[in-house]
Every structure is written in structure tokens, then in C-alpha cells.
Ligand binder design. Structure first.
Ligand code: MG
Ligand code: MG
Length: 258
């Protein structure tokens, strides 16, 4: 590959700002998770995230991004990513809800997503979320100096393919990404192999790793609101994401939830 994208390499001061941004994202997601229960609207979850972001002297990455109208994305059941929070979207017992949040501290970004079970969900949905989280952690574990970008995707894909209990569709159209002085930067970080492709990982790179698994076909399309990405089959989805920094001693997660 001769046409390599230019990758932003962060110095220690910049990395420490990314950790601060990541901690705000972790706090916002923890607060949203604690509040998410049957009867609560996704619009109320947006208010909670907004309060956490601003009260921690950060600014939201998502609000106004290409015109996005909210502070978080809330994607319910067959919605995969980029769902818009609303007062009239009331969470129901048994829903599987993905919440994505980004925050900026002194110009540096954090980006993370979690999948939340509303009340008691069907066993296969619980397994879907657990498997997607397991894939995220496997992808992070592969983010070692000297590995290549697609080694991360291969590790994620392996988690989906090395089990037979669930029929997993791995979303292809949306992928992880470099992150730092902007939310979305080179390189793209696909959630599938083959391994050994893409740029070599070096110290000071930061990426957001974000597997999106669907319980069925990986086919997705965008709704008329021009944001919400849904499973074309109406199948249930899970999305987990962390921002990580590559270091000599291994990947460091900036978006830690306490
Ligand atoms: Mg995100
Ligand atoms: Mg992201």
C-alpha cells in the first residue's frame, strides 16, 4: 500500500488530555447506565449526559457534528448506531439500548459506547451484548505496538466466528477510527480481518475500537431522519466502544467507566 494516511502521533501531554476527556465520557456513560430503566425516555438520558459533560468542564463531541442534534446517540433494539434521543422514545422492559458518547477536553477527544439491558432482556440479547463486549476487549488486546490495524479487526471477528450459539452479523459499513485532535481521523479500524493489513501500530497512536454486532444479517440502512442506522432485517444490535492509546507496555483505555 503506497497511499498511507497520515496518522496523528500524540505526545504525553496530549495523551493526558485524552485521558481526561475519556474519563468524562466514562462518567457520562456510567450516569446514563444508572438512570436507564423502563419508563425513562432517551431524551432524559441525553440531559443526564449533557450535565455530566458540562459539569466536568468538557464539551460534547457529538452536538452539531455534521448537524447531529444531541449529546449522545441512543440506539434502541434494531437501531445499530446514531439513534437520536427524544422525549417520546420511552425505554421498555426487555429493550437492548446502545449509548454512544463523546467529549472534548482542551481540544482532545474521547469516544465510547456501551450496551445497556433495560430490566430483564431475553437470554440471547444478553449473550449478544456480552459477546460484543468480549469482541471489543479482544480487539483492544490486539492493539499492540508492531501489530497492524487489521489484526484488531481479526481479533474482533474471531470472537464472533469462534462461537456457534449466536448467528452474528458484523456490520461492515461503520468502523472504528483514529481519534485525538478530532473525533474521526485516519486510520479506519474495521471490525473484521484478514490480519496483517493497514498501518503498523506505534506508540502515541490513539484509536476508537467499536464492534457493532447484529443478531442476524449484517445488512443495515439509514432511516429518513438521515441519522439512525438500523438492521435491515429488524434484528437486534449491540455496540461497544472504547478509546485507547497505544503504548510500549500495551493499550491503555482512556474511556474508563468507574
Ligand atoms: Mg462513539
Ligand atoms: Mg467512534
Amino acid at each position: 500500500m503506497f497511499n498511507r494516511p497520515k496518522i496523528e502521533i500524540k505526545n504525553p501531554e496530549q495523551i493526558s488530555k485524552m485521558h481526561r476527556a475519556g474519563r468524562v465520557v466514562g462518567k457520562a456513560l456510567a450516569a446514563v447506565e444508572a438512570a436507564a430503566q423502563p419508563g425513562v425516555s432517551s431524551g432524559e438520558l441525553d440531559d443526564i449526559a449533557k450535565d455530566v459533560i458540562f459539569s466536568n468542564n468538557a464539551t460534547p463531541s457529538f452536538l452539531g457534528y455534521h448537524g447531529f442534534p444531541a449529546h449522545i446517540c441512543v440506539s434502541i433494539n434494531h437501531e445499530v448506531v446514531h439513534g437520536i434521543p427524544a422525549r417520546d422514545r420511552i425505554l421498555q422492559q426487555g429493550d437492548l439500548v446502545s449509548v454512544d458518547c463523546g467529549a472534548i477536553v482542551e481540544g482532545w477527544h474521547g469516544d465510547a459506547a456501551i450496551t445497556i439491558e433495560i430490566g430483564t432482556v431475553k437470554p440471547e440479547l444478553k449473550k449478544l451484548s456480552a459477546l460484543t463486549h468480549q469482541a471489543l476487549m479482544a480487539g483492544i488486546a490486539a492493539a499492540q505496538v508492531g501489530n497492524r490495524i487489521s489484526d484488531i479487526g481479526q481479533a474482533i471477528e474471531n470472537v464472533a466466528r469462534s462461537q456457534t450459539e449466536l448467528d452474528i452479523g458484523i456490520v461492515q459499513e461503520y468502523v472504528g477510527h483514529g481519534i485525538g485532535s478530532q473525533m474521526h481521523m485516519a486510520p479506519s479500524v474495521p471490525n473484521y480481518g484478514p490480519p496483517g493489513n493497514g498501518v503498523k501500530l506505534v506508540e502515541g497512536m490513539a484509536i476508537a475500537i467499536e464492534p457493532m454486532f447484529i443478531l442476524g444479517s449484517p445488512k443495515v440502512h439509514i432511516l429518513e431522519d438521515e441519522w439512525t442506522v438500523v438492521s435491515s432485517e429488524g434484528a437486534i444490535a449491540s455496540h461497544w466502544e472504547n478509546t485507547i492509546v497505544i503504548t510500549k507496555s500495551g493499550p491503555e483505555i482512556t474511556t474508563v467507566r468507574e
